[in-house]
Write a protein that binds this ligand. Structure first.
Ligand code: GAR
Length: 201
């Protein structure tokens, strides 16, 4: 059983989905033991309601270095082995990434390497692509550039706006992220350079 911390900044629907999957039983190989947030957000409320350990500190006020120190202390006290970024809107320092190297996943709402960074859904709409999608990848020191674990395309439909496209992207995210976390927790992801091999369970 891999002990997982989730980091979020917003609504937290992906975080909630991971909690649901865990609550449903059926032998999930991970246990979410901590939520970290960098601001007050709905995700924090979900953690409180679930009775989950919460690290809540305003990174804007204390700075990211202090935020990371506080989080890592709590993560280590709780025996966290892996970290999942689910709508976490801050860049982690190289030292932070090094301390969990190969054990941090991020979900991003585009087919990377297209549209990294903020507002990936708006970027895709403005670019006029016919297909965008969802990527789950390992986090390294590059912005949304780490080795890709899972990807799935989502078509852009005539008349789509950010809300309608985001809604269809979220449906895919809620399936892909739990799948990737299961693979990580079962040690079924082998990284060679940029290539991630999914080992047979
Ligand atoms: C998700 O769409 C996720 O892919 C995106 O934030 C949303 C969070 O939704 N992440 C990024 O854009 C990271 N650069 P949620 O709070 O409902 O899970």
């Amino acid at each position: 059983m891999m002990r997982i911390a989730v980091l979020a900044s917003g609504r937290g629907s992906n975080f909630a989905r991971l909690l649901e999957e865990q609550a449903a039983g059926g032998g999930v190989p991970y246990q979410i033991v901590l939520l970290g947030v960098d601001r007050n957000c709905p995700a924090a409320e979900t953690a409180r309601t679930a009775g989950l350990a919460l690290y809540s500190a305003a990174a804007r006020l204390i700075g990211m270095a202090e935020w990371e120190r506080g989080f890592l202390a709590q993560a280590s006290a709780l025996g966290v082995e892996g970290i999942v970024l689910a709508g976490f809107m801050r860049i982690l320092s190289p030292q932070f990434i090094a301390s969990y190297r190969g054990r941090i996943l991020n979900i991003h709402p585009s087919l990377l390497p297209a549209f990294p960074g903020r507002d990936a859904i708006g970027q895709a709409l403005r670019h006029g692509v016919r297909q965008t999608g969802v990527t789950v990848h390992f986090v390294d020191e590059t912005l949304d550039g780490g080795p890709i674990v899972l990807q799935e395309a989502v078509p852009v439909l005539a008349g789509d706006d950010e809300a309608s496209l985001a809604q269809r992207i979220h449906v895919v995210e809620h399936r892909l992220l739990p799948q990737a976390v299961r693979l990580l927790a079962q040690h079924e992801l082998q990284v060679t350079g940029r290539t991630v091999t999914i080992l047979e369970g």
